[in-house]
Design a protein around this ligand. Structure first.
Ligand SMILES: [Zn+2]
Length: 264
């Protein structure tokens, strides 16, 4: 019985905290239609953390003399600039060729209270004929015992801290953001397809660490297959990487617009 009371009061305080987090992070449910018109049209998203995959001693995939870590960093830099051009704040998890552990990447976004997390990667396949983009969002996953407690929760505040309680709390956090992640993956995929003229498979669910440990809507973009000769050639061109960054940024702004319109 005591366990139930402790858990119930904890959930009430947590849900309250979560709601305030969402308001600060961009829910415009309290905004009037007037606030959503004009130059600031439906722009509830401000900070986007851009995560260039791999880096340092981890080159990622390598084909045709191209390294994933370098391509991902260049596209990420361009994406940050494209986001700034659109009035958003772009923050990178790495600005240079450095190694960052997987958990440290969403950790940057979590610490900053970012609104979105976008990880940029380049794909490879044993079959050289496979090409195109893919965009992933977090699949439901079991939280490990070593995982942090959700934001606003301290284990010491909980009467009977257990893995099950931790999983219930994380489910509350992630169920809310997962549907938003899926929508974001969808708008980015459409934009990559129309801008680059390539196939985009997505939104696809995956259990990548960088996605499941993000406290905000999060997606992982595989821009193309460097194992495919034609796509590798395109990825080697700065203009193509620029177009890819612009397409991802368009997908993000389309998402923010759709999110805003849903609240009118
Ligand atoms: Zn990768």
């Amino acid at each position: 019985m005591r366990v139930r009371i402790v858990l119930a009061s904890m959930l009430v305080s947590f849900i309250g905290g979560c709601a305030s987090v969402e308001t600060a992070g961009g829910s415009s449910s309290l905004r009037s239609p007037v606030a959503l018109s004009g130059a600031a049209l439906a722009n509830p998203i401000n900070m986007v953390v851009v995560d260039a995959g791999h880096g340092g001693h981890d080159p990622g995939t390598q084909h045709f003399g191209l390294r994933e870590k370098n391509l991902a960093l260049d596209i990420s830099r361009k994406l940050k600039a494209e986001l700034q051009n659109r009035g958003l704040t772009g923050v990178m998890t790495r600005e240079s060729d450095q190694f960052i552990p997987l958990s440290g990447r969403p950790g940057v976004a979590n610490r900053l209270g970012a609104d979105l997390f976008v990880s940029v990667h380049i794909n490879a396949n044993k079959s050289a004929s496979v090409s195109g983009a893919e965009v992933y969002y977090p699949r439901e996953s079991v939280v490990s015992g070593s995982a942090q407690w959700p934001p606003g929760i301290a284990a010491a505040d909980i009467g009977f801290p257990s893995l099950i309680i931790k999983q219930v709390l994380w489910d509350l956090v992630l169920t809310r953001s997962r549907s938003q992640s899926r929508r974001l993956a969808s708008t980015i995929c459409r934009s990559l397809h129309s801008t680059l003229g390539i196939a985009c498979r997505g939104p696809k669910a995956a259990r990548f660490v960088v996605l499941r440990e993000s406290w905000m809507p999060a997606v992982l973009v595989e821009v193309g297959y460097v194992s495919n000769h034609d796509e590798a050639q395109r990825l080697s061109l700065e203009s193509y990487r620029q177009a890819a960054a612009s397409a991802i940024a368009d997908g993000i702004t389309n998402y923010t617009r759709e999110q805003g319109l849903q609240h009118i």
